[in-house]
Design a protein around this ligand. Sequence first.
Ligand SMILES: [Zn+2]
Length: 219
Amino acid sequence: MRIVLVGPPGAGKGTQAHVLAKTLSIPHISTGDLFRANISQSTPLGLEAKGYMDKGQLVPDEVTIGMAKDRLLQPDTAQGFLLDGFPRNLAQAKALDEHLAAEGITLDGVLDLEVPEDEVVKRIAGRRLCRNNGAHVYHVDYNPPAVAGVCDECGGELYQRSDDTEDAVRTRLEVYHTETEPIIEYYAQQNLVTTISALGKVDEVTQRAVDALQARAAG
Ligand SMILES: [Zn+2]
């Protein structure tokens, strides 16, 4: 199965991508992993990307597209793949289509994780991390520590990441609306989009996703 996963920040996309790929026995290809792998192996694309990132500039689409194409030519994608974070705009979606067409294959579906905007803000803006250990994660409403501002596990100070503030979340959502949402419309015209609710427990959302993809595969 060849799938693209889309959804706003705070929808739990990374978690779902990981679990879904495992469930469907296909590789999970995330933009973050692509960048990390290319940069750590100092590939020409990785070096190019690093040059932009070091200067605090956005990495151009051609570089990201190049990394994705290289990855999609690896033999483990023969049975399919799940893309997470790519394509993130219309130019990348069109480049992906061209690449797949050249390989004589097509996408099977685009899974759109939907979560109400206020819920996104609540989820992200309520997140608190422990200064001692990044794995000690809390939420002021959903998973509060016994003592406000103090880690239950180690007594460390809890803090809010600067890009988790409400203003920062609203900005990230704005970017998602203007840059990424147009690809949902683009794929909808190809009749590829299935939208599911991303509300609920992780395994509930996974089950919903699997059911939706199977229904799509069954036609
Ligand atoms: Zn802690």
